[in-house]
Design a protein around this ligand. Sequence first.
Ligand code: PLP
Length: 221
Amino acid sequence: MIEQNVKNLLSRLERGNGLGEKVTLVAATKTRAAEEINRAIQAGICDIGENKVQEFREKYDLVQGGNRHFIGHLQTNKVKYLIGKTYLYHSIDRNELAQELAKRSQNAKIISDILIQVNIGSEESKGGYPLSEAYAAYEALKQTQGLRVRGFMAMLPLSHDEKLLASLCDRMRELFDKAKQNDSDITYLSLGMSGDWELCLARGANMIRLGTAIFGERNYR
Ligand SMILES: *Cc1c(COP(=O)(O)O)cnc(C)c1O
């Protein structure tokens, strides 16, 4: 199952996104056992993303290889557990968090790679900068020592309105392109989960985060 899903996905992704750009597939591994994650890695997954600091820590040494992404909501007081272990932080969604990560990174004499999370659907239940503030946040965080902004991340609202979803993807791509124009660090537009990744790729996402499509339905115990 896992092996076949990974092979099918990777072969589909060889074509790139709608703009012909290379796509990075991040396996979203919340609730999955290290053994399942290792099977996905064996099958060709190079990037894995955890949502919760506790799971990130518990599985850190049990998972063999892979770039370790953090993709979930991050409490400021837990940043310390991720320092130096995280390949890319997708969910930098507020200044307080960015400042804590910057401070801890400077103390550790490292630079942390981050994405700026945008609340593209203006949903109360989701984190992220409002779209109207995202570019200013980018400009400020770009100047912040200890951080390197690599792009943007968003979660689309749950909706069957494809026109709406496409237009939200387009807003994200415009933001990404504007930042990328004069900044060679800007590389990733992380947009797309199991329910909407094809639409996101068609509209210019170049990093997708898939859980169900790789591992099957989640079982929250
Ligand atoms: C769980 C999760 C995903 C993947 O969700 P699926 O629908 O299972 O593909 C992607 N991104 C984030 C931030 C998640 O928490």
